[in-house]
Ligand binder design. Structure first.
Ligand code: GDP
Ligand code: GDP
Length: 437
């Protein structure tokens, strides 16, 4: 879990074709709800049972002539910072271009593993052309045709061989992992510093990954958790910091590696596209959520009614998932900082909630009886029994029905809401399945 592959290269070499090939089959499964995230650029891939994420960083590049090379340079810097493996795509039909050389020069200086992908090798003759890509100084090129798929199996084997160790090999599985996410300047570094303070002895950087440490163990004041990717949050990069998509890509890794995400919003600004993109990533990865409205010190009138107004506005924007805690903080004055950690811990517990089958049926069946699923084509739909599945990532409930295919989304939402009213599942997504009894 949590490995990220970035595709870079100049335009028209076949990056998005390769992206589609790598993510195609998975996309349909993972991407059930259409999010606001630009799906074209971020997807999941799977090979011999290993799942990983793929980003086509080129999809974010603005295609205008004058800023063009600068944009590609940023794209590459971003990939170096964020990815575990970089696929540098070149075009066998064109050979090495100046732009390819520029990209190679940056990539050679990075420690991130790079695979040169000689795309458009549609036939064996073209394979001989690929030899010239040795001059990029990045090792053996992999000849593929993104269009037909030939060569992609070997490429995938190579990608997997370069992944860093699984987090599960390094970390204690029983300790929650929190990530602080949000767009630039909302106060992520400030709040992390407020948690950690200058007391370096509170935290232990966890080594063992091939990159900079991306987990920090926090163990004090009755809390024990890992903060994901704090090194990255605190060490800013001026090149990429100001970019619109930066915070989204930055977030992918943190979100995937976390159990609970602390999504920070700025009290002095409304919810914008970037906030929604990050929120949608949290949802798609089925992570716990705590929303933090930061810079509360800058809000002049802080009555209960004002707070309620903020809460309603946030839940409206993030609907239909609205059952999550919202906390108003100031990283500057440290107001309610520890409340954030307490709440994240509660959400983590909510994620691991186990409800006995007896209690579930006792509470839910009378409700279902009083308000059954609407009949379909004159057929009555009966739900007989409900149980929680064991060993799932998030609480998952199965309702057994005579005609499961006729139980529609609104009714499933009704069931979800009733479960949420009865048990504290605030901040955690849950699954509702209807199956044949
Ligand atoms: P990007 O700009 O790097 O994302 O490139 P695209 O994926 O949009 O591809 C650019 C063009 O190259 C499109 O017309 C693709 O159909 C074509 N293309 C992509 N992969 C291959 C391939 O393996 N063989 C051939 N012949 N054409 C390809
Ligand atoms: P990041 O980009 O999300 O890591 O944001 P930073 O932590 O670097 O904060 C961006 C700016 O907002 C800095 O100038 C901070 O001093 C300021 N800032 C952060 N939190 C607060 C807060 O709670 N109140 C006020 N007034 N300013 C804050």
């Amino acid at each position: 879990m949590g490995n990220l592959v970035a595709i870079v290269g100049r335009p028209n070499v076949g990056k998005s074709t390769l992206f589609n090939r790598l993510t195609q089959s998975r996309q349909a499964i993972v991407n059930e709800q259409a999010g606001t995230t630009r799906d074209r650029q971020y997807g999941k891939s799977e090979w011999v049972g290993k799942e990983f994420s793929v980003v086509d960083t080129g999809g974010w590049v603005v295609n205008s002539d004058d800023i063009f090379e600068e944009e590609i340079r940023k794209q590459v810097v971003l990939a170096i910072e964020e990815a575990d493996v970089i696929l540098f795509v070149v075009d066998v039909m064109n050979g090495v271009t100046d732009l390819d050389m520029d990209v190679a020069n940056i990539l050679r200086r990075s420690k991130t593993p790079v695979i040169v992908v000689a795309n458009k090798t549609d036939n064996n003759m073209l394979q001989y052309n690929a030899a010239e890509f040795y001059s990029l100084g990045l090792g053996d090129p992999y000849c593929i045709s993104a269009m037909s798929g030939s060569g992609t199996g070997e490429l995938l084997d190579c990608i997997l061989s370069k992944f860093r160790k699984e987090a599960s090999e390094i970390l204690d599985e029983d300790i929650p992992r929190f990530a602080v996410v949000g767009r630039p300047n909302v106060g992520k570094s400030s709040i992390v510093n407020a948690f950690i303070g200058e007391e370096r002895n509170i935290v232990t950087e966890i080594a063992g990954t091939t990159r900079d440490s991306i987990y920090t163990r926090y163990n004090k004041f009755g809390f024990d958790f890992y903060l994901v990717d704090t090194a990255g949050i605190r060490k800013k990069n001026k090149v990429t910091e100001d970019l619109e998509y930066y915070s989204v890509i930055r977030s992918i890794r943190s979100i995937e590696n976390a159990d609970v995400c602390i999504l920070m919003l700025d009290a002095t600004r409304g919810i914008e596209g970037q906030d929604l993109n990050i929120f949608s990533l949290i949802q798609r990865n089925q992570k716990g959520l705590v929303v933090v409205v930061n810079k509360w010190d800058l809000v002049e009138v802080k009555t209960d009614a004002v707070m309620k107004g903020y809460e309603d506005a946030i839940r409206n924007r993030l609907a239909p998932f609205t059952d999550f805690p919202i906390i108003f903080t100031s990283a500057l004055t440290k107001q309610r900082i520890f409340r954030v950690l307490e709440t994240a811990t509660e959400v983590y517990k909510a994620r691991t909630t186990k409800i006995s089958t007896a209690r579930l049926n006792e509470e839910m069946l009378p409700l279902i009886e009083a308000y059954p699923p609407p009949s379909n084509k004159g057929k009555y739909i009966k739900i007989k029994y409900v149980t929680q599945l064991p060993n799932t990532r998030i609480p998952s409930f199965v309702f057994f029905a005579n005609l499961p295919q006729y139980v529609k989304e609104p009714y499933k939402r009704f069931l979800e809401n009733k479960i949420r009213e009865r048990w504290n599942l605030s901040g955690t997504p849950i699954n509702i399945f209807i199956r044949q009894k």
